[in-house]
Design a binder for this molecule. Sequence first.
Ligand SMILES: [Zn+2]
Length: 214
Amino acid sequence: MKNHLVKITEIIDTHKTAPQAALISKLNPIIRGWSNYYSTVVSKETFSKVDHLTYDKLRAWARKRGKGDINKDKYWRTVGDRNWCFSTEDGLKLLTHDSTPIVRHTKVKGEASPFDGNWIYWSKRRGEYPETPKRVATLIKKQKSICPHCGLYFTSTDIVEVDHIIPTTLGGKDTYENWQLLHKHCHDIKTANDGSLTKSKQLPIVENYDNNPF
Ligand SMILES: [Zn+2]
């Protein structure tokens, strides 16, 4: 959320003198992308909070242009049941985060991920992890960058672990067919529930990549 707000602020700051339409056109895809991606994990309150902070920035943007006057009627309109809709005269509206439906237990699909599975690109961009461990790389590719436990994409900051689908303590093999890559937190949940603890009373041996491969 912090990074997202920094991005919004940057765009508003670099559009101090640009037409309102240019600012809205630049902000909308970012608001849409972020909201869609996080719609499975954040609350309506979080979206409202981000909208409120965005609104504060836009007020400051307008005030500066109006030399102290925010020009409410020029930059804001009542649209439907929305008062204070940041919009242009010809109907271009700023999207709001909280108009995004909150979706639970639904997989994020398509282009919504900020991480498209191109881990080579990400690792290069971050200037680290020149060589992702082969097993992790293979699993990322096989799983199309999706964590099978929660159904969400791995992002460039996630900690990931290799899991045995059938725990080794229950006869699971040490092969690609029996490996999957999970978020660390998803792995913890799975381990607590897949029977590997009751049988062995200890954690199965897994790889914990302290060095995030992304
Ligand atoms: Zn997960």
